[in-house]
Design a protein around this ligand. Structure first.
Ligand code: 89V
Length: 341
């Protein structure tokens, strides 16, 4: 199998974990780093033994022989860097959220299609071990036909300490967390027909909304609600960064509860199983369930780039998640449900 060479564009908070997760895989090597502030790229390079460091992405793409880039910058630079990399013939892996607007995301997808450059989105939540176990239960028909579900990501975690740029986003929780949770909804239950959303801002010092309540009608007839909050308040059991799910089916129910505990209830009773995420020494234990999901996500994207299978989260697929995200904002603005085409 061809060993693929890649460069990381953007060496902030998340790149450390992304790079460590890439190192878990064979047949792939990070050969260069770019960051606007060169010192940050140098620091990451020293830690991981990467010596090709750039503060100009065009120069990197000109000098380095690479198969793909992994874009880990703030969202407002995703589109520009995607166009640049695709123009140099590199495949693109881009972190979620794909773009700052729906139109920009659509333009990224069509630009890459025209250039025949693969565009894949790094969307890791659906790769979390407990969510995969829940999906397998549904697949095995353990609770009959599901008719309603609730997906919760509700936390008082001080997320702005590690990722201060989030406080400056005009659209915060639905782009940052909703990109994940709405994608999880699609992964588990398919596409939505309509979305209704209300938002609030509890933190006084941030720009965007930090609370969102979303209700979707799915094409399969299910009703799915997604509750998100980063309100900074105290909760008895703050499950950060776990996504909690409760699914009601015609013959039972399944619940992913705090501590990665999967409870399946049928007329025969309730069965409990703890789905412990794989342990990696490099992962921050506070983010274990999220950091460990980077590895299977990267493995899926790498396999697709090597022609060994299909990526789940191509740019084209992720457009459906992007449409849900911005459909939710549209609904919040209008105070009415929005139909999705
Ligand atoms: O993936 C992210 O965007 C992180 C989170 C803590 C939600 O996983 O900010």
């Amino acid at each position: 199998m061809k060993r693929l060479r890649f460069a990381i564009l953007g060496t902030g908070f998340w790149s450390h974990y992304q790079l460590a997760a890439w190192r878990e895989l064979k047949e792939v090597e990070c050969v260069a780093l770019y960051n606007r502030t060169r010192a940050k790229a140098e620091a990451l390079g020293r830690e991981f033994g990467i010596t090709a460091i750039y503060d100009d992405p065009a120069e990197l793409l000109k000098q380095e022989k690479i198969d793909f880039v992994d874009i880990i910058t703030d969202v407002d630079r995703h589109a520009k860097l995607t166009r640049l990399a695709a123009s140099h013939g590199a495949a693109v892996i881009c972190q979620k959220p794909m773009a700052a607007t729906r139109r920009e995301a659509e333009a990224m997808v069509s630009f890459c299609q025209t250039r025949r450059a693969p565009l894949l989105i790094h969307e890791n939540f659906r790769w979390q071990a407990p969510l995969r176990a829940l999906a397998a239960k549904l697949e095995r028909n353990a609770i009959g036909r599901p008719f309603r579900a609730r997906i919760d990501f509700i936390s008082g975690f001080p997320v702005f300490d590690n990722q201060p740029f989030l406080a400056g986003l005009e659209q915060f929780i639905i782009t940052d967390v909703g990109s994940h949770t709405l994608d999880v909804a699609r992964f588990l239950f398919g596409e939505a027909k309509s979305v209704y959303c209300r938002t609030q801002r509890v933190h006084k010092t941030i720009k965007g909304e930090d609370v969102a309540t979303i209700i979707m009608e799915m094409r399969n007839g299910m009703h799915v609600t997604v509750n998100m909050a980063y309100a900074g308040n105290a909760l008895e059991r703050d499950a950060f960064p776990e996504t909690l799910v409760f699914v009601e089916g015609e013959t039972g129910s399944v619940e992913l509860s705090p501590g990665c505990v999967l409870r399946t209830t049928t007329r025969r009773g309730t069965r409990l199983r703890t789905v412990t995420p794989p342990h990696y020494d490099w992962a921050d234990p506070r983010y274990a369930v999220v950091h460990s999901s980077i590895v299977p996500c990267n493995a899926n994207l790498l396999a697709a780039l090597q022609g060994r299978g299909r990526a789940e989260t191509t740019g084209d697929d992720n457009l459906q998640t992007v449409r849900l995200v911005f459909g939710a904002y549209e609904s919040a603005k209008r105070g009415k449900p929005v139909l999705l085409s």
